[in-house]
Design a protein around this ligand. Structure first.
Ligand code: PMP
Length: 401
């Protein structure tokens, strides 16, 4: 088959690592779902921002003004990237986990969740005591039906659901789920950590109320995430953190006038560089275009799926029999080999980086019948067919040993 080249340059693409075969090999990074390497264009933007910055919001100096403008511009870039409404709040957080915790902090009622979620979209809800966990069925169709039945059974404030599974890559029908939530007077929050790097998302046209994701899975470095969505619950809740930046006026008799809008929940000096990088990554993906991104990924995925299907004892992980779409994530197990031993074999003998374990989704791994975990290969813009072929060749050697 014809070679598939990387779609865009990422940092670290020519990193070499030692192998037990002796000598060095180019590292094959197949762990994009954990953290995607920064796009070279994002790294360059970040280096530029790193040479001239100062405090945001309260400084009159030129660099403060420049940094503030970049930080505020990033909100607009992110809003456009996810098709947000003009009055949506864009609140910068540390990551997806932080953004879901913020959402849990402001949500005034019960929350319906599936049992296949990443812990980041499960534990913030279950620990409030107001989560109603619905078991996913074997089909997307039946799962949508179960969610709708739960929303109808008793009032819920929110349906909190993943856009794409971090274990299987399976994509859920968000527009339909948003409509179902709204029919029963609930809102919807989408954990888009694994969706936004791969698919164009539209908050406004899909009817999403809240969307959360992380910069480090979107080809930016660590440290910044975001919650985009309706401002009313955010403005009605106590500030997420108490401190400077969230307040309009303070006196020592306990009087505090908190800001409304994003500032209410962004107390303390924000991660302006992380936010600039996140926005640069969002813009870069938009410039490349999601049609191109989807096509590149689809060809790699086909190659990987077809190759895995030929390997005896290799079992792909799937929640659903009928998922209409999957992003570039392939969870699988290898008979007679622990996930850790597979991942170590790939790393030390071939210089291939994959993830093994339970992927912060313990209930899902248990549900799928793999309580001890699995292996996950995941890819993105910097991936080539060579990376996929190397993985398949290594797995083939492992299962035939
Ligand atoms: N949700 C999903 C679907 C994820 O894959 C991840 C990261 N593995 C998270 C949430 C949490 O993201 P973060 O660690 O950046 O908070």
């Amino acid at each position: 088959p014809a070679p598939i080249r990387p779609l865009a340059p990422v940092v670290g693409a020519d990193t070499t690592v030692p192998t037990t075969a002796g000598g060095e090999t180019v590292y094959a990074n197949l762990d994009y779902a954990a953290s995607a390497p920064a796009l070279v264009s994002v790294a360059e933007r970040l280096s530029g921002a790193l040479t001239e910055y100062a405090s945001v919001h309260r400084g009159a100096g030129h660099l403060s003004q420049v940094t503030t403008a970049r930080y505020e511009q990033a909100r607009e870039t992110v809003r456009r990237f996810v098709g947000g409404r003009s009055d949506d709040a864009v609140v910068f957080t540390r990551n997806t986990t932080d953004a879901v915790n913020l959402a849990a902090h402001v949500t005034p009622g019960d929350v319906v969740v599936l049992d296949i979620e990443h812990h980041a979209n499960l534990l913030p809800w279950t620990r409030t005591g107001r989560a109603r966990v619905v078991p996913a069925a074997r089909t997307v169709e039946e799962t949508v039906g179960r969610l709708e039945a739960e929303l109808a059974a008793a009032p819920a404030a929110l349906l909190a659901i993943t856009g794409a599974s971090n274990v299987t890559g399976e994509v859920l029908p968000i527009g339909r789920l948003a409509a179902a939530a709204h029919r029963h007077g609930a809102r919807i929050l989408v954990d888009a950590a694994q969706l936004v790097p791969h698919r164009a998302v539209s908050i406004a046209s899909w009817g999403i109320d809240y969307l959360v994701f992380s910069g480090h899975k979107l080809y930016a470095p660590f440290g910044a995430g975001v919650l985009v969505g309706r401002g009313d619950w955010l403005d009605a809740a106590e500030p997420y953190l108490a401190g400077g930046g969230a307040t309009a006026d303070v006196d020592l008799d306990g009087g505090v006038a908190w800001h409304t809008g994003a500032a209410r929940h962004e107390a303390g000096s924000p991660n302006t560089l992380g936010v600039v990088a996140l926005a640069a990554a969002a813009q870069a993906l938009q410039d490349i275009g999601f049609e191109e991104i989807g096509y590149h990924e689809h060809r790699l995925q086909q190659r990987l799926d077809e190759g895995l299907a030929l390997l005896p004892g290799v079992h792909p992980l799937r929640v659903f029999d009928d998922a209409a779409d999957r992003v570039g994530i392939a969870g699988f197990t290898v008979e007679n080999h622990s996930p850790r031993s597979v991942a170590e074999y790939l790393s030390v003998t071939r210089g291939i980086g994959v993830r093994d374990g339970k992927f912060c989704a313990h209930p899902l791994l248990r549900k799928l019948g793999y309580p001890d975990g699995a292996v996950r290969a995941s890819f993105g813009l910097g991936t080539s067919s060579d990376d996929v072929d190397r993985l398949l060749a290594a797995l083939s050697d492992l299962v035939r040993r």
